[in-house]
Design a protein around this ligand. Structure first.
Ligand code: BDP
Length: 700
């Protein structure tokens, strides 16, 4: 019996009950701004310097050589003396900022106006964190004299919105959205009231995100028309984002020339098609002069692409890249290309191989303004996958890493699942044995061109932005780790707590910090603990991808199998006897993953088919691990609920009552769902294997 569960469609399309223009302030409540508004201030420069002035509204203004806090755009300042500083003027790094602390004053210098804005938010953040960590008065205002600089490692830091302009009959308004409707669109149009978009841009600017793609990569008819029929709407959105230094991008259909009825072909080598795209791009730039570029999902899950014309993906990407190049635009082409009609009876076919097989022969063939966007794992945003080998396999191509902030496969913003630790692991993974994924995609050592990082946003018109209020931390962390991937996830969580609960008094803030870490720190591993084991992936309900269905995709053409039978489980992806996928990795991973002896436990079933009695490095057998971790993870939820309840005296004060109520409602659903996962996975493997649970816990 499957307990009834809320359907994804309902969640995605429920309009927010809250007034559209007054959402939860997330990590920028007034109290956070008060940390910099108490002393005197001065802002120098134009452009987004006006945005900083607006943030500091209410603070006493003083001349720049005396103000306690000065924020300046580099070209608005000639000498250090103008800022009341001794010595030579500090130079901010390209695209970044310098913070100079001298004689109790704080001076921020941005390389340009957007960098000044980032530097401003850095000061707010530092003061909030100093307070959280019990810093003294000096740390809150101006600490000891020091100069710090910061610049983003990744040139592209983009959030992709899978928002449909018109509500899609199956996918709703936001595909894989778990936070209400779209902040951009309502009733098939760009919203008249874009106040939420502006508030969103403000939140993103404070993290370091600088690009947003405003519509779904699955481009349906109405979204395709954005390009031609609603550039005014796009321009209105771009204006809101621009105020906070965010550049607008559009996802377009490769088939647009045909889809929009103008031509009978979209062949990338046809001059009429190239001319069509050149015109379309010119119109976009006429409406949005600082437009960022296009994102394309082609030949994937039903989207049109160059294969239909016998052309390569380099031909396809270059067509659009050449149209964008004269305007300085970027073409992001997704590497998520695989056969979703595969023969599930054939054990040799392997979806995990697809992107590498398909794209690496094209390395060196892409125009310089093409960025290939690669999902972090070879399958599809699972709770555990190995890092995609494609990220290190195309040294002559700009490659961007794609993460998923929206929790499609990690609890759909009904379960607490803090993804900071997962991303820290991915970004820090030494994929070619020497360089981390973050360094590779940033082109840090110059041995490959720079790409960046992208992620699917988790935001909607929901009162708390993200459905589960604690899922805000994932959005915050994406921006921070995109800017600086060397940050520790636990410190990023501290930042989010310090900023979000800036109104709490010192004692309440410390308690909130303690409880939030208890609830969130291990939540990703806990989620992994009660869902699909040891990197085997999927086991979710087909379609909505929520809740357990052990064999949900096992006999379907999507290429996501576990091959569990009475003897064993897992996918043999070795060179010796399986699909050969391990051979796509550079050393040392090609050998580490090839052998059951060296393959890490958490990825064992991604790479190997093993008997249930196989002994893990942990000492447990595979089957006992399946039993134990599911039961243990559910037991841990009791501690989580107790920790949250211990905050009850803060409700209505430091912890807003509606925030608390939403978290409690979600914790109850998480427990219900986790119990369902535990019982279904444990029973399914007991029935297949016949091996009893050595711990004696009940199996249904
Ligand atoms: C899958 C989602 C699907 C997306 C696809 C993508 O289930 O809704 O369209 O990824 O990334 O995970 O294009």
């Amino acid at each position: 019996v499957t307990p009834s569960r809320p359907s994804r469609k309902t969640i995605a399309t429920t309009p927010s009950p809250a007034p559209f223009a007054s959402p939860h302030p997330a990590w920028l409540p007034d109290a956070a701004l008060d940390l910099v508004r108490t002393g005197t201030v001065a802002v120098l420069g134009t452009g987004r310097a006006d945005t900083i002035r607006a943030e500091l509204d209410g603070a006493p203004v003083a001349p720049p050589d005396r103000a306690d806090l000065v924020v300046a755009v580099r070209d608005a300042v000639a000498t250090a003396a103008e800022l009341g500083l001794a010595g030579d003027l500090t130079q901010p790094p390209a695209h970044g900022y310098a913070v100079v602390r001298e004689a109790g004053r704080t001076v921020v210098l941005g390389a340009d106006d957007v960098a000044a804005l980032h530097g401003f938010w850095a000061v707010v953040r530092e003061r909030a964190v100093a307070r959280l960590r019990g810093g003294d008065a000096d740390a809150r205002g101006g600490a000891a004299d020091a100069v710090t600089t910061s610049a983003p490692l990744q040139p592209i830091r983009v959030l992709d919105h899978w928002d449909n302009v018109a509500v899609h009959p199956v996918m709703g308004q936001v595909e894989r959205g778990y936070a209400g409707g779209s902040i951009f669109y309502a009733a098939g149009e760009v919203r008249a009231d874009l106040s939420r978009v502006r508030a969103y841009a403000r939140l993103l600017a404070a993290t370091g995100v600088d690009d947003v793609c405003i519509n779904n990569v699955n481009v349906h008819a109405r979204e395709a028309q954005l390009l031609t029929d609603d550039l005014d709407g796009v321009a209105r959105i771009a204006a809101e984002l621009r105020a906070h230094g965010i550049t607008t991008h559009l996802a377009v259909s490769f088939g647009a020339p045909v889809l929009l009825g103008d031509l009978d072909t979209a062949d990338p080598l046809d001059p009429a098609v190239a001319a069509w795209w050149a015109d379309a791009v010119a119109r976009v730039y006429a409406a949005v002069p600082d437009f960022g570029g296009f994102v394309v999902k082609a030949d994937s899950e039903g989207q049109p692409g160059p294969f239909a014309y016998g052309r390569t993906h380099a031909d396809g990407a270059n067509l659009l890249a050449r149209a964008l190049a004269p305007h300085g635009g970027t073409l992001v082409w997704r590497a998520f290309v695989y056969d979703h009609h595969q023969d599930w009876r054939d054990r040799r076919t392997d979806r995990a191989r697809a992107a590498h097989d398909h794209f690496t022969p094209l390395d060196g063939e892409f125009e310089p303004n093409v960025v290939l966007q690669v999902k972090h794992g070879p399958l599809d945003f699972q709770v555990r996958e190995p890092v995609s080998p494609v990220l290190a396999a195309m040294p002559r191509t700009r490659v961007a890493l794609e993460l998923q902030v929206t929790q499609e496969y990690t609890g759909q913003q009904r379960h607490v699942c803090w993804l900071g630790p997962w991303w820290e692991e991915i970004l820090g993974f030494r994929l070619d044995g020497a360089r981390t994924v973050a360094q590779i995609v940033a082109g840090q050592d110059g041995s490959n061109p720079a790409g960046g990082v992208a992620a699917v946003s988790n935001v909607g018109a929901d009162e708390f932005w993200t459905g589960h209020p604690l899922a805000q931390a994932n959005l915050y962390a994406f921006g921070r780790l995109a800017w600086d991937p060397t940050l520790a996830a636990t410190d990023v969580l501290d930042e989010w707590i310090a900023l979000t609960f800036a109104a709490a008094d010192d004692a309440a803030l410390r308690r909130l910090r303690d409880v939030l870490h208890r609830v969130m720190d291990d939540s990703w591993r806990r989620y992994e603990g009660y869902t699909a084991p040891l990197g085997v992936c999927f086991m979710v309900n087909p379609g909505d991808h929520y809740g357990p269905a052990v064999d949900g995709y096992e006999y379907s053409p999507w290429g996501t199998y576990h091959f569990a039978d009475r003897d064993g489980i897992g996918v043999d992806r070795t060179r010796a006897s399986g699909t050969g996928y391990t051979g796509q990795y550079p050393a040392p991973w090609r050998d580490v993953y090839e052998s059951v002896e060296t393959c890490p436990d958490e990825l064992l079933l991604f790479f190997h088919h093993v008997p249930y009695g196989h002994v893990l490095h942990s000492g447990a057998t595979v089957i006992q691990h399946v039993y134990d971790s599911r039961a243990d993870a559910v037991e841990q939820l009791t501690e989580v609920e107790e920790a949250w309840s211990s905050l009850s005296d803060l409700v209505g004060g430091a912890l807003p009552a509606a925030f608390d109520a939403r978290v409690r409602e979600r914790l109850a659903e998480q427990r219900r769902s986790a119990v369902e996962w535990r019982d279904q996975v444990r029973s399914a493997f007991f029935r297949r294997s016949g091996v009893p649970d050595a711990s004696g816990r009940t199996i249904y």
